[in-house]
Design a binder for this molecule. Structure first.
Ligand SMILES: [Zn+2]
Length: 321
């Protein structure tokens, strides 16, 4: 019995000692851990931060993936659009080629038609026999209101009614058209110093050659005291009359037949003593003056058109000088 009790106490002692040993070891290990990792709290907070950063990286990656997906889609759409546009450009190019072909054929047709028209207007087809010059004098245009003394024979006449629209030829098949004098136009047609200037002033040197601009018959060739000086008036086949004033010398006389380009006189300043030598050139239809620049291009010395439309619009300036 005593042995049993003794054993019991010894075992209790041993057990208590073991517990004591365990507890002391535990305290010792905690101290050791603290000794080994004095910054454990700091490390913990860093770990938290790293976790947070990882979370951010994950969310950013997600956003990036979404953006990439969106951009890929946009690129695909753009590529499709570019393909469509390229296809449209190709179609348009084809249409343009077709248009050019059509335009070329139209231009060709216009060329043929205008040539036909030109031939018709100038009687090149052979249907028209040119009037022999010696019979010109019998044409009504050279007998109506004909005067070799009166500068403006239509003024008091019944024959000077303005046509609504009259298409006249300027270019004669056999004789063509000639610029009377190729020089600088110093004064044009229109109002000048409160007065109507009914022609063009073309600068020249005295004795320069003046030529008839179209074929016709000289109606007037004399000195005029009204300001024209030595003046030649030619009536043409188309009914127009041209006036050549301030001449120095006249080499034609009334009723002479002249062809376009014929020498009719020389330039001067008769009747215009206060100005330098110049040609005062007028063009009239039944005494109504019209601007020669309507049909003469004085920059290039060419005819603007082979024909001229006579209408109230063109003849809006009153006759008389
Ligand atoms: Zn003048």
């Amino acid at each position: 019995m005593f042995h049993l009790i003794n054993l019991y106490f010894w075992s209790l002692k041993f057990f208590g000692l073991a517990i004591l040993l365990f507890l002391s070891n535990l305290c010792l290990s905690q101290t050791k851990l603290n000794d080994l990792f004095p910054n454990i709290d700091f490390l913990k907070s860093k770990k938290n931060q790293i976790e947070k950063l990882n979370f951010k990286i994950d969310s950013l990656n997600e956003v990036h993936l979404k953006e990439r997906e969106f951009n890929t889609k946009t690129i695909q759409i753009t590529k499709t659009n570019i393909d469509k546009l390229e296809a449209e450009i190709a179609t348009t190019k084809q249409s343009l080629v077709l248009c050019q072909v059509n335009l070329d054929s139209l231009n060709e047709k216009i060329q043929i038609l205008s040539n036909t028209d030109y031939k018709k207007r100038h009687n090149i087809e052979g249907k028209h026999t040119p009037i022999p010059q010696k019979t010109w004098i019998d044409l009504p245009v050279f007998s109506e209101n004909w005067s070799s003394t009166n500068l403006f024979p239509y003024v008091y006449s019944e024959n000077n009614k303005i046509p609504n629209l009259l298409d006249i030829n300027l270019f004669e098949k056999d004789t063509g058209f000639c610029i009377p004098y190729k020089g600088y136009v110093s004064s044009g047609f229109g109002m000048r110093r409160g007065r109507m200037h009914k022609g063009l002033d073309i600068r020249l040197n005295r004795h320069d050659t003046i030529r008839a601009c179209m074929s016709g018959i000289v109606r007037f060739a004399d000195y005029n005291n009204g300001g024209f000086g030595k003046l030649i008036i030619i009536r043409h086949l188309n009914g127009l009359e041209t006036y050549y004033a301030h001449l120095h010398k006249m080499v034609v006389k009334p009723n002479d037949i002249v062809k376009a380009g014929d020498f009719i006189g020389t330039g001067g300043n008769t009747g215009a003593k206060r100005t330098g030598p110049h040609l005062h050139f007028e063009c009239r239809w039944k005494d109504y003056p019209l601007d020669p620049k309507l049909f003469i291009d004085y920059d290039n010395f060419t005819l603007k058109s082979d024909n001229l439309i006579i209408s109230p619009e063109v003849l809006r300036t009153k006759p008389f000088r």
